[in-house]
Design a protein around this ligand. Sequence first.
Ligand code: 5AD
Ligand code: SF4
Length: 484
Amino acid sequence: MSEDIAKKDAAGRTVFVKTYGCQMNVYDSERMVSLLRPLGYRPVEAADGADLVILNTCHIREKAAEKLYSDLGRLRRTKDASDRAMTVAVAGCVAQAEGAEVAARADIVDIVVGPQAYHRLPELIARAARREGVVLDTDFSVDEKFDALARDRAAEGVSAYVTVQEGCDKFCAFCVVPYTRGAEISRSAEAIIAETRRLAAGGVREVTLLGQNVNAWASAPPPSARPGIWGFRPRADGTWGLGELCRALARIDGLERIRFTTSHPRDMDDGLIDALGEETKLMPYLHLPVQAGSDRILKAMNRGHTAADYLSLIGRIRAARPDIALSGDFIVGFPGETSEDFEDTLALTRAVGYASAFSFKYSRRPGTPAAVMPKQVAEEEKDRRLEALQARIKTQRDAFCDSLVGKDLPVLFERAGRKDGQLIGKTPYLQSVHAYAPASLIGEVARVRIEAVTPNALAGELAGESIEGRPARLKVGDAEETRV
Ligand code: 5AD
Ligand code: SF4
């Protein structure tokens, strides 16, 4: 940032944030914007003319990192064409993993800031304004970050993310996360409950608890929690797991729905499974990545579980919550994966029956154990397997969506749809639904009859009285609003 911009009237500054990758980055980007507002930064939709551009990067697959460099090239042209000074910050996991390289390779970059240092962004911007050269902060002390970022958070919209855990100690052989996000660390129950209360009071009806290993979350109970209340079952050491946290959040007035992502099969404990079975505010949707269906490959991946372990876990979860919809992540073409191994993956998907899933071609990430494993799979073979797996998953997803047609589902309406009079909401299974409904239903859970499946969503119509006893318009299109 040049001196004149630094001195400019605070209210006149603009920031453009581009987010790559996972929901954790989406959350972090929102928090960075909140943090910069008091400094006078207003978020804008394009880099063109912005005073500050933040690229919040992802490092999980090779393509994601490449994308940063091509975006920086484009940004260089935007900056050169602009008559305003522009400060460029690279944040996120590429910043953490390759900060010095980013600074050296792209002279347009003024600030490199790792995910654990966002709360120091104002200070970094001030240093950049003093032209201290590239300002780099990839420090790993995560503990202050959670609350420093959440403190002044305003409730926005109906559904919000709340980070509860960061980092990963699992060290899957293919994955950079343990290196970019560091060791598993949990935010305190007290801080999470306080933030969620504030959000609910501000109109938020659904929270999604975020963590790279969200179900590894553990903390001391908040001081206000008395043993034995609300059916809590603290562990033997007195700490709470994610199940207890969800039970506590379910007691917050106004909050209707709780979700969490991403879970690891090894951390799916009985407390959480019981909570899924007993707490109706916990939505019946679980993203539980398995990555592969062959025990040989699971072992090479260092997953710490077999296919049978995963299937028996799914059996226990389904016994507790029969309507649960499952989602997963898969990697095809991990080093050494044979066509028989891949058949095992297909067999596992058959055994589970996913409502949705994400699948990726294995991407070699320098510094991870799998990058130097022998028998790397040819790209064309990965393409072929990916196509076969995605076709299988699409069939399962379509079957799941079709099974809902004709059913009445509770839908939380979030915002106006593209067509006049239409709202968009979510089913308990995280599917988008559009239905004609009055805008007064935004933020409400209403019963919707599912009528059709479209490529990316479901279509339905209001089916009568809203859930939770609140009035809802019965049918849209009537001459007058019918309230019950
Ligand atoms: N190559 C391909 N996919 C990967 N993932 C993580 N690392 C890699 C990699 N090196 C996938 C996993 C994980 C998801 C977030 O990204 O499936 O669950
Ligand atoms: Fe990566 Fe495995 Fe940790 Fe998930 S559990 S973040 S895939 S190392």
